[in-house]
Design a protein around this ligand. Structure first.
Ligand code: UT7
Length: 306
């Protein structure tokens, strides 16, 4: 039994904040932000559960299904609506699902962790036929808009994927990792703002992602040349380029949305999958590598036959 992605959906708040707009209130400029991160604008606004609901409904529709077809909901987010209940409870109600639902928080690696968990659930005896996985964030609520080290990077948005049992498509290998010793380089306290040692996160991210990609490729019995489509977490275009240099993953095969969305944490990978789908890159049989990393630090890579 194998599993494929049957449908993808996205949601971005209407309001766009450009680099020039940010430069009116903090000491920065469009050129610096583009050169150092690849970001040109970010979407800002919305509530995590609302963005998740919108993306989830679109993914179900895109798969040609109805809410009744979904057997499990996983919402990954690091910006839940409330302390409790889980954001997935709100999304479950608002989409009109009747299945089980839970949240995962692995910050920017959340979608990879959720994808792997969903896959595992579907392989369990009596497991669901279909799982809806949604990455959704309203990071603008926890960004200190006076801190130029973080305000330039983050944005809001959601992306969703319906996974289903099917003879087409399978996961070939995955790698999940974390190093809790590195918490202090990127964190936000309850009620506080994101605090980040940018340079340190950058360095660690390149190392962690490159290592994770190499482990996953080795497990799959593949090399970087076998990968047709690369879907990296969208944190900084220079991190993506550095990983490409280290691992041999082709930048030509790498899809990015960072210029238009900034870093939307657990939503970046499904948002980038949607972009790859729009470009016609996600064809049956293609080998797709998805990789993410973030606070924790936590990271993960999945190699998938589409
Ligand atoms: O999802 C995972 C979460 N986060 C990340 O992956 C972020 C990882 N880190 C980064 O993306 C980068 O470290 C940043 C984009 C945050 C910063 O880029 P950088 O190339 O590491 O810059 P830097 O902190 O080394 O600063 C270089 C210079 C400094 O000036 P001096 O000391 O050379 O005179 C900074 O003061 O740039 C200055 N600077 C800025 N200038 C204009 C720092 N931030 C800004 C800014 N605008 N926003």
């Amino acid at each position: 039994m194998t599993i494929r992605v049957a449908g993808i959906g996205t949601a971005l708040p209407e309001k766009i904040v450009t680099n020039d707009e940010l430069a009116k209130t903090i000491d920065t400029n469009d050129q610096w932000i583009r050169d150092r991160s690849g970001i040109g604008q970010r979407h800002v606004g919305g509530v995590t559960s609302e963005l998740a609901t919108e993306a989830g409904i679109r993914a179900i529709k895109n798969a040609g299904l109805t809410p009744d077809d979904i057997g499990l909901l996983i919402v990954c987010t690091t910006t839940p609506d409330q302390q409790l209940p889980a954001t997935s409870a709100v999304v479950q109600r608002d989409i009109g699902l009747t299945c089980g639902a839970f949240d995962i928080n692995a910050v920017c690696a959340g979608f990879i962790y959720s994808y792997v968990m969903a896959y595992g659930q579907m392989l369990m005896p009596g497991g669901p036929e279909r799982v809806l996985v949604i990455g959704s964030e309203s990071l603008s609520r926890i960004v200190d808009w006076t801190d130029r080290g973080t305000a330039i990077l983050f944005g809001d948005g959601a992306g969703a994927a319906v996974m289903e049992r099917h003879e087409q498509g399978e996961m070939l290998a995955y790698d999940l990792g974390s190093n809790g010793e590195l918490q202090e380089i990127l964190y936000a306290d309850h009620g506080g703002y994101i605090k980040m040692e940018g340079r340190e996160v950058f360095k660690r991210a390149v190392r962690a992602v490159s290592g994770s990609v190499e482990i996953a490729l080795k497990k799959a019995g593949m090399t970087a040349d076998d990968i047709d489509v690369v879907i990296p977490h969208q944190a900084n275009i220079r991190i993506i380029e550095a990983v490409s240099q280290r691992t041999g993953l082709s930048m030509e095969k790498t899809h990015n949305v960072i210029e238009f969305t900034g870093n939307t944490s657990s939503a970046t990978i499904p948002l980038t999958l949607a972009e790859a789908e729009r470009n016609g890159a996600l064809q049956p049989g293609q080998i797709v590598l998805m990789t993410g990393f973030g606070a924790g630090m936590a990271w993960g890579t999945a190699v998938v036959r589409w």
